[in-house]
Design a protein around this ligand. Structure first.
Ligand code: ADP
Length: 602
């Protein structure tokens, strides 16, 4: 088990065991040696006292040294001790292990026990005996004969047997304590493991939880502090889980809200580093929102106004709005609105809302132009009518013929205004979004026939021949008859108007695998390429004077375009100046069969 805590605990435990057993072993060993020694001393003492009594007795009764020697030899032999007698000068004169003692046997200084006993009382010494070549315990008692100090009785015992016994005892003690230490260490390891296991488990669980595994629990079987810790740990991880989940769900909600917003949102901190950017903002600022987090907004966008608006709103602690134009093809207009982000801790950054208002501004411009155009178009007939009416009022004597002519001109202007108003109403009706058209499958040949019929008189008046070329089979499209009739009529009307007298105008209906087409071809003046793209704009005219002269409003082709778009189609022009033009409405074929019978108009 790789746990530093376990080994620390175990090391401390092992140290304590070793210290305790070492101390106990040492003390026991020492007390065994001292007990054995004092037991020896007791023996030496009793032998010495006995020998002294025998020696005093023999000396006082005037016995010879030999007699005393043999007496002490037998005592020494039976008591397994060596008994030596010294005279008052410290020289040996009887020895239980020697037949005769040489008077000069060794210097006195080598026998501290003898010197000690001569000088004072009982002396006990352990020392190396050179004569015997081993360690001995000596006990010496002063010898007093007839009330005077006559020498010393010394008894000695070899210590090697004792040492051997002590060694044996110590060995046994050592083996015993070693076994005890091993067992204690083994048990200590098991114990340390038992104590550290729940802690380790908790440490592992904490690591797992930190990595996001909030389901992780630890066992809490025991009732002690560790059990309590485990239970506290589990309840903490449960709470952590629920708060993290709540936090995540809040964050997800917020991200979902920000992601689904139509406006771009950028949140920055006080140093103008990006905290969050939603996808729309990324698109508007042309950056990848996943790669901008923590980067300064200026570094990311390089748009001076963006960081200016942010810092201004943080400085003034107020909403700051601005509109900027970003160069490109086409140019884009962005509306920026930055408000400071205030939290309980104070200002923590700012939130910038970005709105692409290009389309809006474009529409506004279009609307302004449109109103100006309409006003202008109405002003011309109104001015004319006013002039004619004023002339008639000013001159009541005007003759009947002139009056009739004037009134005729008034009528022409009124019709012009009526045409304009009608065209405006049509445009309003067909314009995308405002359209109330309900397309249904119908035969495209039908509105073409109707419009040709409606313009036959006009073509005949101008001397233009109308050629109509229709397929034999019905051509089904999703459309509305009246609207398509109006579209084809507008094209045909233009063609008749611009075609030279006695030329031909052709109307064709064609189809391919997916689309149907109506073509109106004339052999008139044609249109310069520069004008072709703008021809379908409202009030766009190539030649204003000529258009007015021909009674045009400048709205005819715009109406055609919106009708075609309303049915999922498109309108285009193919024209060569001086040779003529082909206007073409192209729309998808209907998928379904018509429900009703196809009406035929001959
Ligand atoms: P208008 O009422 O002036 O005809 P339109 O929207 O129908 O308005 O046409 C726009 C302009 O396109 C016209 O003023 C004219 O200059 C040009 N135009 C349209 N049809 C033709 C055509 N068949 N041949 C030449 N020019 C045409």
């Amino acid at each position: 088990m790789n746990s530093r805590f376990l080994w620390k605990l175990f090391a401390g435990y092992a140290f304590l065991i070793l210290l305790a057993t070492g101390l106990v072993g040492g003390l026991v060993g020492r007390s065994i040696s001292s007990a054995t020694l004092s037991e020896t001393d007791v023996r030496l003492q009793s032998v010495a006292v006995l020998s002294r009594a025998l020696a005093v007795d023999a000396l006082e009764s005037g016995g010879s040294a030999d007699e005393l020697g043999s007496l002490l030899r037998s005592v020494g032999a039976s008591l397994d001790a060596r008994i030596t007698l010294f005279d008052a000068d410290g020289a040996p004169f009887v020895d239980s292990q020697l037949e005769a003692v040489a008077p000069t046997a060794g210097p006195r200084t080598q026998r501290p026990e003898v010197t000690g006993a001569l000088a004072s009382e009982r002396t006990v010494v352990t020392r190396w005996s050179a004569s015997e070549g081993r360690r001995l315990r000596f006990l010496a008692l002063p010898l007093e004969v007839d009330g005077r100090r006559a020498g010393v009785v010394r008894v000695s015992l070899p210590l090697d047997a004792l040492d051997a016994r002590l060694d044996e005892l110590k060995e046994a003690l050592f083996v015993g304590t070693s076994v005890a230490i091993l067992v204690a260490l083994g048990l200590g390891y098991l114990y340390a493991r038992r104590v550290t296991r729940p802690l380790l488990e908790m440490a592992d669980a904490a690591t797992d939880i930190a990595a996001g595994a909030f389901d992780r629990r630890v066992e809490s079987a025991s009732n002690d502090e560790l059990g309590r810790l485990a239970r506290a740990f589990n309840s903490m991880s449960r709470e952590l889980r629920s708060s993290v989940e709540a936090m995540l769900s809040d964050r997800n909600k917020l991200s979902a809200i920000l992601a689904s917003m139509v406006e771009g949102v950028v949140a920055v901190d006080r140093d103008e580093r990006v905290v969050h950017m939603n996808a729309v903002a990324g698109r508007l600022l042309k950056v990848d929102p996943r790669r901008v987090s923590s980067h300064p907004i200026w570094e990311i966008t390089r748009i001076h106004e963006v960081s200016q608006v942010l810092s201004e709103s943080m400085e003034r602690r107020a909403l700051v709005e601005r509109e900027i134009r970003l160069a490109g093809s086409p140019d884009r207009i962005l509306r920026l609105a930055s408000s400071p982000l205030e939290t309980e801790q104070g200002l923590s950054g700012a939130v910038l809302m970005l709105d692409d208002v290009t389309q809006l501004r474009h529409l506004e411009t279009m609307r302004r132009d449109f109103v100006a155009n309409v006003s202008h178009e109405l002003k011309t007939p109104i001015t004319a009518i006013r002039g004619l009416a004023e002339t008639l009022i000013d001159d009541p004597d005007v003759d009947g013929e002139t009056r009739g002519r004037f009134l005729g001109r008034v009528l022409v202007q009124v019709e012009r205004m009526a045409d304009l108003v009608n065209d405006l109403l049509s445009l309003a009706r067909f314009e995308s979004g405002a359209s109330d058209l309900e397309p249904s499958p119908m035969d495209l040949r039908l509105p073409v026939r109707l419009s040709v019929r409606g313009l036959t008189t006009a073509s005949e008046t101008k001397g233009v021949q109308l050629h109509i070329d229709l397929p034999a089979e019905p051509v089904l499209v999703d459309g509305e008859e009246e609207a398509l009739r109006q579209a084809v009529s507008n094209l045909l009307d233009n063609a008749i108007k611009y075609a030279p007298a006695h030329s031909a105008v052709e109307v064709r209906v064609l189809r391919d695998a997916t689309h149907a087409m109506v073509e109106v071809e004339d052999h008139g003046p044609g249109i310069e390429p520069v004008h072709q793209a703008r021809l379908f704009e409202r009030f766009y005219r190539v030649d204003k004077a000529r258009s007015r002269e021909l009674g045009g409003t400048g709205l005819g082709l715009a109406i055609v375009k919106h009708i075609a778009l309303a049915f999922g189609g498109e309108v285009s022009v193919d024209s060569q100046p001086g040779r003529g033009s082909i206007f073409r409405i192209r729309m998808p074929l209907a998928v379904e069969e018509p429900t009703g019978a196809v009406a035929h108009v001959g």
